[in-house]
Design a protein. Structure first.
Lengths: 269, 269
């Protein structure tokens, strides 16, 4: 089989990675995709490094069995926790979401004062700080974990009073520090953009890693001559470890197209 | 070994079951306890029946290996999903939290209009409705899933603006229906009592299953001659599948005493 025909594997703890899948579909419409979301064990964000690493190995093992040509870790928590370990273990290129997001933030900031929001694990890993500092050693970085944002998005409460007061409680301290750029360091957060903008004001740039990650994927495919060139339509397959009905219902809001076919698999086996 | 010396095993998806452990410690101070919280895979509330049942089997298997004389399923979601399956499988008495809570609600209501709140899984199982109807066939029951309450409690936001607006959004429809009794059908919810009271008013009775479950445990120990009588102090052991630091930090707020010793185990093995 022509290696270029093989799909790109996308791994996420749940549905958030569909924001990344969407950008890849738009930027690289010829590519076949296989998505795996570990919905039986979501959320990963407040779990330990050891547990996240174990779950991530099981998830990418499943994708490797689907004979993928590349793996995208479309989850900030996993990217921040064990990307290097995964890269060393796997025989295909592995792309995370942290470095692309950090690059976009370093480019966007005017005053060099950058805010970073994400899950507890992503924030405590300092992964974004390290990646931004490599590009801009003098940037002032203020980071903040926002653990309620993921359940808010999962509940579909994107712009009601609860969403507003949650955003205000988390983000006021960053606003006071005078950030001009805010990295949405979790793939769920782009759905809260209008509410986050209401709190932060129009002048703060919101950086969403999804598009940057799709560009990184395009660059690697080009560089390694892995880009698919067939004229046949691309195929998309979706796998979850639990509750496909909820994944389809919430996920179609992310993806803005039907999620079909979808299958349930157990990554522990 | 004298069977009465054996500990009672308490199983929960995470830390919420500590509200039940606390009531057992107070009502039955001589009993030894072993607690297992599946913090690597919490929350269970929006997962499927099959996944919850599989996780619950693994959790109670671990407790059985600790040589317990009885098992308390201190989790509404698990009690609502697979209590009968667990009971048929296990050689020791198994107590859930639904029937004790339903009994207290049936006793408390004056007008026969009862509200029930819990996770998505607990509410869709109709387990509380069935249990209340067996006691009061004419009761009017209105139930509502409140998926944001668990993450709010885990975040420690018990009485701020976000907690208030979340409670108001979920509970206003129940208030309009004229309920006089509200079952807190999730072990996390008692921590939100002051905020729930603020929305519902002082005249609505809030039923918390924890104390009722402890009474049920006492009754079974007496009936089966399993109650511990030794004068030696009781011992408490805690096990989690992940992140013991967070369990101790949040859990001591539930339990109002130190959580020690605590160990990490993997229930998948």
């Amino acid at each position: 089989m022509d290696v270029r025909e093989k799909p790109i594997g996308i791994f996420d703890s749940g549905i958030g990675g569909l924001t990344v899948a969407k950008e890849i579909m738009e930027l690289l419409p010829k590519e076949n995709l296989v998505y795996f979301g570990d919905t039986a064990r979501v959320p990963y964000g407040s779990k330990s490094k050891e547990t996240i690493t174990r779950f991530a190995y099981q998830g990418v093992d499943f994708l490797m069995k689907q004979d993928v040509k590349m793996i995208v870790i479309a989850c900030n928590t996993v990217s921040a926790t064990c990307l290097e370990e995964l890269r060393q273990k796997l025989p295909v290129p592995v792309v995370g979401v942290i470095v692309p997001g950090a690059r976009a933030a370093a480019k966007a900031t005017r005053k060099g004062v950058i805010g970073i929001i994400g899950t507890e694990r992503t924030v405590s890993s300092m992964a974004y700080e390290k990646a931004v500092r490599e590009l801009n050693g003098s940037a002032k970085i203020i980071s903040k974990a926002c653990p309620l944002f993921v359940p808010l998005v999962e509940e579909g409460w994107l712009d009601n009073e609860v969403a507003y007061f949650t955003a205000r409680t988390y983000l006021e301290p960053l606003k006071k520090e005078g950030i001009d750029t805010l990295v949405l360091g979790c793939t769920h957060y782009p759905l809260l953009k209008p509410t986050i903008k209401k709190v932060m004001g129009e002048e703060v740039v919101l950086v969403d890693s999804a598009l940057e990650t799709a560009k990184e994927v395009a660059g690697i495919l080009r560089e390694k001559s892995l880009a698919r060139e067939s004229g046949k339509p691309a195929t998309y397959r979706f796998f979850v470890s639990d509750n496909p009905e909820k994944f389809v219902k919430v996920g179609e809001r992310f993806l803005q197209r039907p999620i079909d076919p979808i299958d349930v698999v157990d990554p522990e086996i």
